[in-house]
Design a protein around this ligand. Structure first.
Ligand code: ADP
Ligand code: ZN
Length: 743
């Protein structure tokens, strides 16, 4: 629940007038609100949520009025607010959300506000749109044929921009500019054209009884307009998207806004198309690939209530919706919802908080719910809606394990005889296959056969990965790249460097050798760089220009390829290495999702998972299709060890270039580690230990991990703990509440 700090921003009746002190929160990390003076100007008053311009040191910054001033600064030192921005005030609920996220994640409120004001220019009204009309009368001038065509084009229709006119008249922009200069065309301002909005009244597809029941529940929750969380749990292809579209329609009917969070932009290509089919137009989008201008427009449209539906990545959670009525988190289990840079937060969890503060429903959608959500649904905190079958009765694909201990391929090859056979059958039938290997590049490791030296990143505890596409070595953690050396940097041996293990590029080499006729496409984040590339992948698959895709996790979710009937998982064990708390859960989710790509239409699918651990619980769950038994076993293991969601974790990551200073701070923190909660609850602090990435981007890293019983509010404990140790400026202590990454 929100912490007890009262927040005046919630009280929008409060107005501050000349001479009042106000506190203004600035979008700067390491800062709380600062006091300013309301200037003595006619008709100038301020209310909480107002965006203002204030002096800050030598700079001028845009910030937000947070409440009354604190009075800690002497009146003589106070500086006045310079201006109010011409923008709708931040909704009170958003200000409360900023406070809440800051208190929960232990980041400064200014750092959270920075995510809200990610487009500060949007606080200024857009420049008025201008268009051109013919002057009346047209002055005397030499009328060349292009000029005549441009003037003729202005004769009817609405005013058009210079570009539109040039295009329409088949003239160059210079001709249009010339006419403006000669006074034959003049500029007028026009009201910006409103974007067409999604039409919630358009009919959707006829739903199956199970779909209709689920959709009815969600729509009813939207109509009630109260906080609730529903886990929409259904096998891939069961129509979850169609079902939650009904909830979107219900919110649109109420005139409320909707936010749909998706984990990855690549997911967007087909999703946007489906949205458009259902609601007539695409929704507003919010992710990092958009231009500044688009984001500025969208931010403003959201703030003005003119964007009824936004689909976006996690940062869309911080958009200034004045009347949000529904949040959908699709693929809720996806770790991409956890933001690891800047403010460390989990967008799925914060979406639930946002819904609670706003008093409306949240819907979490997944075919492989996170253990957290599954336990919450099991315990009755969340409602659960279940869609048990694929739409149209398509069969779920059969999963077959290939025991690599007995069916192992020859040296430096990665495909078992069984999988090769399956690929051949698929190609002969004229169907498509996907070979899944979650490793970019050519080989994950390059070593010297003479001296054993391994090529390592100079800045990280990580091997350099050879990429043949670019002909370079690359560190997947810091982006460091270098040329592949001709000789071993250690012993100077020539021709002794050997690639070890497969990446997708090396697998592609093997596949080309085995199936020279097959048309191959490698899909990784190196080749599918955004929505456009993703759309092209879909087009080529649908047009059957590709027989085999070799892909990483980028192709694991969201896509629907009707002719894809075979999925081969090349290394099913890859995600199980390392002691990550969620390694088994994540591997299961990923492989289950990949498996779900097979046979989604009329053609039955087939899935083969190569593994050296066929008895592992994850492999058994995949083969038997018994997800719930797997989740139950995972839950029991976590309960036994008091791990999330049955206990709470907070990680501290101490980092800096000076290893001794880092160690000093880490040890000081360990010495002052709490051992008991406020009511004597047992608190365990592990570490300090070198992080698995003990060196990252040249920074030495040590980790401490605090584990507490679920009922303990860990924030107070951690705040008090951190207050006892003041690290030198060159050492940073990063807090990660509910950590997902243990690197
Ligand atoms: P999920 O989100 O559960 O994976 P989708 O909503 O993507 O499932 O549905 C899978 C496919 O089945 C999509 O192509 C979708 O258009 C189709 N589909 C699902 N339900 C229906 C329905 N009631 N009528 C027509 N097509 C449907
Ligand atoms: Zn590196």
């Amino acid at each position: 629940m929100p912490d007890s700090r009262t927040n005046i921003a919630a009280d929008d009746h409060h107005r501050f007038t000349a001479g009042d002190r106000v506190s203004v929160l600035l979008p700067v990390p390491l800062a709380g609100p600062y006091d300013y003076l309301v200037p003595d100007e006619d008709d100038f008053d301020l209310a909480p949520g107002d965006a203002v311009v204030v002096p800050f040191g030598p700079r001028r910054l845009r910030g937000v009025v947070w409440g009354p001033g604190t009075g800690e600064v002497a009146a003589a030192k106070l500086r006045p607010v310079e201006a109010r921005c011409d923008a709708p005030p931040l909704p009170a609920v958003l200000c409360r959300f900023v406070d809440w996220v800051a208190a929960y994640t232990l980041y400064p409120r200014g750092a959270v506000l920075k995510m809200v004001l990610s487009m500060p220019e949007a606080l200024d009204p857009p420049a008025p749109a201008t268009a051109l009309v013919a002057a009346d009368p047209v002055p005397d001038l030499r009328l060349t044929p292009p000029r005549q065509r441009v003037l003729a084009a202005t004769a009817d229709g609405p005013p058009r921009t210079a570009r539109e006119l040039a295009l329409e008249a088949g003239a160059s922009p210079a001709v249009v500019r010339g006419l403006v200069k000669a006074g034959a065309l003049r500029e007028v301002t026009v009201a910006p054209s409103a974007d067409p909005v999604p039409d919630g009244a358009r009919p959707g597809p006829a739903l199956s009884p199970a779909q209709a029941a689920a959709a009815g529940e969600l729509a009813a929750a939207v109509q009630r307009g109260e906080f609730s969380v529903t886990l929409l749990d259904g096998v891939p292809g069961s129509g979850k998207t169609e079902v939650y579209f009904q909830a979107v329609a219900a919110a649109l009917a109420k005139g409320q806004q909707v936010l749909v969070l998706l984990p990855e932009i690549a997911l967007g290509a087909q999703w946007l198309l489906r949205f458009r089919e259902r609601f007539g137009v695409e929704p507003a989008q919010w992710h990092s690939e958009l231009t500044q201008a688009t984001r500025r427009r969208t931010w403003r449209a959201v703030a003005e209530g003119k964007a009824p539906v936004v689909v976006g990545a996690r940062s869309a959670l911080f958009l200034p919706f004045p009347d949000l009525g529904l949040i959908v988190v699709d693929e809720e289990h996806d770790a991409a919802f956890k933001q690891e840079d800047g403010v460390v937060y989990n967008a799925r969890d914060m979406a639930v908080v946002r819904a609670r503060l706003g008093g409306f429903p949240a819907v979490l959608v997944s075919a492989t719910p996170s253990l957290e959500s599954d336990v919450n649904a099991g315990g009755g905190r969340y409602a659960r809606l279940h869609l048990p079958a694929r739409h149209g009765g398509a069969e779920a694909p059969a999963v077959q394990l290939v025991d690599m201990r007995t069916d192992h391929p020859p040296r430096d090859r990665w495909l078992s005889a069984a999988l090769c056979q399956a690929v051949e059958t698929t190609l002969e039938a004229g169907e498509q296959g996907l070979l899944f290997l979650n490793r970019r590049g050519y080989a994950p490791l390059t070593l010297c056969r003479a001296c054993g030296h391994r090529l390592q990143c100079p800045q990280c505890t990580a091997w350099l990965v050879e990429h043949r596409l670019t002909g370079r070595l690359q560190c997947h953690h810091c982006g460091h790249t270098g040329a592949l050396p001709d000789s071993c940097p250690q012993c100077g041996g020539t021709d002794s460097l050997a690639a070890c293990g497969p990446g997708v590029e090396r697998l592609a080499e093997e596949v080309r050798r085995l199936f020279p006729e097959a048309r191959l496409m490698v899909a990784t984040s190196d080749t599918i760089t955004g929505p456009r590339a993703a759309a092209e992948l879909v087009r080529r698959m649908e047009a059957k220009e590709v027989d085999l895709i070799i892909g990483t996790q980028i192709v694991a979710k969201g896509y629907h390829f009707p002719l894809l009937t075979l999925v081969g998982v090349v290394d099913g064990d890859l995600g199980l290495a390392g002691g990550d708390l969620r390694a088994a859960e994540r591997t299961f989710q990923l492989l289950y999702q990949v498996a779900g790509r097979a046979g989604r239409a009329a053609h039955p699918g087939r899935v083969m998972v190569q593994t050296y651990m066929p008895d592992h619980a994850v492999m058994q769950a995949l083969a038997s299709g018994d997800r719930d038994a797997f989740l139950a076993a995972e839950a029991q293991a976590r309960r036994d060890t008091a791990m999330p969601p049955f206990g709470r974790l907070v990680a501290l990551i101490v980092s800096g270039r000076d290893e001794r200073a880092v160690d000093g701070v880490a040890r000081a923190l360990a010495r002052r580690a709490p051992t008991k909660g406020p009511s004597g609850e047992p608190i365990l602090v592990l570490g300090p230990a070198p992080a698995p990435l003990a060196l990252l981007r040249g920074q030495h890293r040590r980790r401490l991990l605090l584990r507490a019983p679920r009922e303990v509010a860990v924030q107070g404990l951690v705040r008090a703990w951190l207050a006892q140790v003041t690290p030198p400026a060159k050492v940073r202590v990063r807090v990660d509440v509910d950590p997902y990454s243990f690197m």
